[in-house]
Design a protein around this ligand. Sequence first.
Ligand SMILES: NC(=O)c1ccc[n+]([C@@H]2O[C@H](COP(=O)([O-])OP(=O)(O)OC[C@H]3O[C@@H](n4cnc5c(N)ncnc54)[C@H](OP(=O)(O)O)[C@@H]3O)[C@@H](O)[C@H]2O)c1
Length: 344
Amino acid sequence: MLNVGIVGGTGYTGVELIRLLSMHPEAHIVTITSRTEEGLNVCEIFPSLRGHLDLIFVKPSIDVLSRCDVVFFATPHGVAMEQAQSLVDRGVRVIDLAADFRMKDLTQWKKWYGTDHSAQQLLEEAVYGLPEINREKIRNAQVVGNPGCYATAIELGFAPLLSSGLVDPRSLIADAKSGVSGAGRKQELGIIYSEIGDNFKAYGLGGHRHHPEIVEILRGITGANVELRFTPHLLPINRGILATLYANLNERSAHLVRTAFETFFENEPFVDVLPVGQFPDTRSVRGSNFCKIGLQISEDENSVLVVSVLDNLVKGASGQAIQNMNIMFGLDEKMGLNSLGLVP
Ligand SMILES: NC(=O)c1ccc[n+]([C@@H]2O[C@H](COP(=O)([O-])OP(=O)(O)OC[C@H]3O[C@@H](n4cnc5c(N)ncnc54)[C@H](OP(=O)(O)O)[C@@H]3O)[C@@H](O)[C@H]2O)c1
């Protein structure tokens, strides 16, 4: 049984970790932190957990977290990088759901996150937690940087095309839409119901923090320079990401696309390539750890369109973090992640 700690248990990815880990047969949640709700029983805030958990929110403390085998940081960026080294020194493995251990490029880090990175040595050793491309490295990682939600949908959608050299890596377009829980559990005018409901908008048009993360990973896959146009949008739904991806096919590549996807994801437990003519919707993955993918070749066979869908809080965050935990500790990768999409 693994002893697990969660830093940031009052947020959306935090409560999703608690929900999934409460049903995980090999995980025992030892401590859940919140600075604002310290002393309150977790089930008072989240009654959905009653009967499955009896823990009080505590302030984050290295001493308490050190009793764990693994600690999840479900916190804003900048928190894990201050605490991870102390935990690793005490033999605790760390999975950060924020961006602290995702990108190796420190210049990009400073540009997008506005500070110097305070755990540069640990960042060098950290592994990007996308099992479909990094499974072997994840097994022995002390620190895993769990990918962003948009990043997961987009990287899984482009990876088979880039790794098999079927598309021009300078022609990538990602038109992606997210449910509002992607912004976290906070009070902010732009995400209140009357602003979001019955509305649809693009945002981050001057640039989005996931862009450099995605480009770094895709460049690693193709080995060549990547040019990606990425536009995020806000959907009036709670959960879900739908990314519509486009790329220009190299000559005589169109007939190889489907096989490239089916081969790349052949043994992947959580990626489902849909049959010809079928495309996924967000509810087909809601509450599940699946990424579902649909494919379409343009009539002139010059370009490919990929629809990649996942639940931002599960495969886009907490589910993928637990998938990483399972890999790191030699458990069945699917353990505790068997839920299917909730329809309707
Ligand atoms: N939401 C998504 O769909 C999604 C998907 C992928 C990745 N992520 C990433 O996952 C992380 C968490 O996202 P979220 O949506 O769950 O955020 P959230 O709903 O805003 O929750 C943030 C949590 O972090 C805690 N926290 C904030 N500052 C802290 C600090 N300095 N020290 C310790 N705890 C602190 C908060 O609790 P207290 O203030 O009470 O301590 C709260 O529980 C973010 O980095 C986000 O970018 C989110």
